[in-house]
Write a protein that binds this ligand. Structure first.
Ligand code: PGA
Length: 244
């Protein structure tokens, strides 16, 4: 399967900047050999979908509610994202797990909602620095995979060690490979043969200068990019580093 380079804009982007960034990404997107996805904040989704109409770049949300509609003030449903033209949604990002106390059970429910609406869920997992230092990272991530994914899961996993997000620090390629192999085993144990074909992205301080190495690691199926996705040149350079 082609690798996926997904940009997570987080809470960044007013109208003018989002429009310029989208235009620059669209202009360079034809030259890459991977799948491309951008995940703007909710307020920019419609603008970005419109600007990318006819391009190869897909659009996703950064979160959604589990339900299709109802009395949930301030929330956005997966059906609303699909209605706007999104084809994917990031779920269980560590910033949501930490800042909004999202449990594995909550993520599990959101994944079901995303699949119901026809969105591709990108489910984030990853350990804290203290958990890695204590040697618990394999158990922590394995537990997140097991509890966050419903039966019949069809989507993408993103392994994002929390200590690597926005810090400029990354695990060694060997550590990434070990964790991705572990996640692959957990997916196959949980989902059977279907778990063997799902993409497992790496995320956390992916930049143009480390992308080629990280993307060539066995079992890495692409990258979830935060900071560098706010710069079209950097985002496209990361996409250009895909060689498999
Ligand atoms: P970063 O963020 O690339 O800025 O480290 C990654 C993410 O949080 O998805």
């Amino acid at each position: 399967m082609r690798q996926l380079i997904a940009g997570n804009w987080k809470m960044n982007g007013l109208s003018a900047g989002a429009g310029a960034l989208t235009g620059a990404i669209a202009a360079g997107a034809g030259e890459v050999s991977c799948d491309l996805l951008v995940c703007p904040p909710f307020t920019q989704v419609a603008r970005v979908v419109e600007a990318l109409r006819g391009s190869v770049v897909a659009v996703g949300g950064q979160d959604c509610h589990a339900s299709a509609s109802g009395a949930h003030t301030g929330d956005i449903s997966p059906e609303m994202l699909a209605d706007l033209g999104c084809s994917a949604v990031i779920l269980g990002h560590s910033e949501r797990r930490q800042n909004h106390h999202e449990s594995d059970a909550a993520v599990h429910a959101k994944v079901l909602g995303a699949m119901r609406a026809g969105l591709m869920p990108i489910v984030c997992v990853g350990e804290t620095e203290a958990e890695r230092d204590a040697g618990k990272h394999v158990a922590v991530v394995g537990g997140q995979v097991a509890a966050s994914l419903p039966d019949g899961f069809a989507g993408v996993i993103a392994y994002e060690p929390i200590w690597a997000i926005g810090t400029g620090r990354t695990p060694t390629e060997g550590d990434v490979e070990a964790m991705h192999r572990h996640i692959r085993s957990a997916l196959v144990a949980r989902l059977g043969a279907a778990g063997g074909g799902l993409r497992i992205l790496y995320g956390g301080s992916v930049k143009p200068d480390n992308a080629a190495g990280l993307l060539a690691v066995p079992e890495v199926g692409g990258a979830l990019v935060g900071g560098a996705s706010l710069d079209a040149g950097q985002f496209l350079a990361i996409a250009a580093a895909v060689t498999v």
